[in-house]
Design a protein around this ligand. Structure first.
Ligand code: CIZ
Ligand code: SF4
Length: 310
């Protein structure tokens, strides 16, 4: 379908149906450009909690749209492609997680927002990379903690908070793919560059970083820091926002192990959404996210606890 037709139809349908389009920074450029709000997990969950639109189209991955539905049971929540998964959320099965909890019944459970409703429902706290440290620090020092599902973020938090977290063995396939050797090679030819990284990256990558933070944290750092060149270890989608916010800065995407062509890391799950699927989902009001009410009531508790703290 013709791109200009899709854009005008999406805008028309959005008005007609009182829909809001929320897009994650990892979405394709044309989806970010047509969205009402672009943000990272925390920003988008806050938008989802406060919107007065009748329909939320969540251009992101399944767990994000599901979180929006948990927060808005009476609204229609749509996801352009039902198959938009996440290696972190999908790598943490509720059955196995329940077994872990049963082995450590006194532990407080903190889970990263990149998890299913079932895992959230078994948690005391949900967190994002922006507020994880604050949440762990809000838990009494003598209280033992399970942190799931991202072991890389978990190891980073152990170091930052000086706490002994019991970690679930999960990871993000995108943030685990950065090559240290290639990163050092690039840094050696750009010695004035600053390295910024998302804490989902592996420890050896984080050890090289001048700044470690959430997606919005990295965007702010690059915008406001005096350096002109940055090597960025995160999903390449944030380059689009950076080209608008900091056009004068030189951004070099950190290379992944396998990539010899585009030298950047993309989340294949995020990229299954297209402008055409966005149009069709708004037109047909499908795929729609639904959630069992008992599960929703349990899953919203740790999310609200997070939203009240951050
Ligand atoms: O899914 C992800 O990798 C991230 C970093 C999401 C977010 O916005 O925090
Ligand atoms: Fe999941 Fe990683 Fe993709 Fe984020 S970038 S949605 S954590 S697979």
């Amino acid at each position: 379908m013709d791109k200009s037709f899709l854009i005008s139809e999406i805008n028309r349908l959005k008005q007609e149906k009182n829909a809001v389009i929320l897009a994650h920074y990892y979405q394709k450029k044309e989806i970010q450009d047509i969205a009402d709000f672009v943000g990272d997990s925390l920003e988008l969950s806050k938008k989802a909690a406060n919107t007065d639109a009748a329909i939320i189209v969540f251009a992101g991955v399944y767990f994000m749209a599901e979180t929006a539905k948990i927060l808005n049971p009476n609204k229609k929540v749509l996801l352009p492609d039902r198959e938009a998964g996440c290696s972190l959320a999908d790598g943490c099965s509720p059955q196995n997680f329940k077994k872990l909890k049963e082995l450590f019944p006194k532990h407080v459970v903190v889970t990263y927002i990149n998890s299913s409703a079932e895992i959230k429902a078994m948690s005391d706290w949900v967190c994002t990379s922006s507020n994880a440290k604050k949440i762990i620090e809000a838990i009494p020092k003598d209280q033992e903690i399970i942190f799931a599902p991202d072991k890389n973020l978990g190891m980073y938090l152990k170091k930052e908070t000086n706490r002994d977290l019991l970690l679930w063995d999960g990871s993000c396939i995108v943030h685990e793919a950065f090559s240290l050797d290639k990163l050092i090679e690039i840094y050696n030819t750009n010695p004035n560059a600053k390295i910024v990284a998302h804490p989902e990256s592996e420890r050896h990558i984080l050890e090289t970083a001048h700044y470690i933070g959430s997606t919005s944290g990295m965007l702010n750092f690059i915008k406001n820091d005096s350096a002109t060149t940055f090597i960025v270890a995160t999903e390449a989608g944030i380059l689009h926002q950076l080209s608008k916010d900091a056009p004068q800065k030189i951004i070099i995407p950190a290379p992944s192990h396998e990539d010899n062509t585009c030298a950047c890391s993309e989340c294949a799950f995020m990229k299954v959404n297209t402008l055409e699927k966005l149009y069709l989902c708004l037109k047909n009001e499908s795929p729609e996210i639904s959630i069992n009410e008992e599960l929703r009531i349990e899953a919203i508790k740790p999310i609200n606890r997070m939203l009240n703290l951050s």
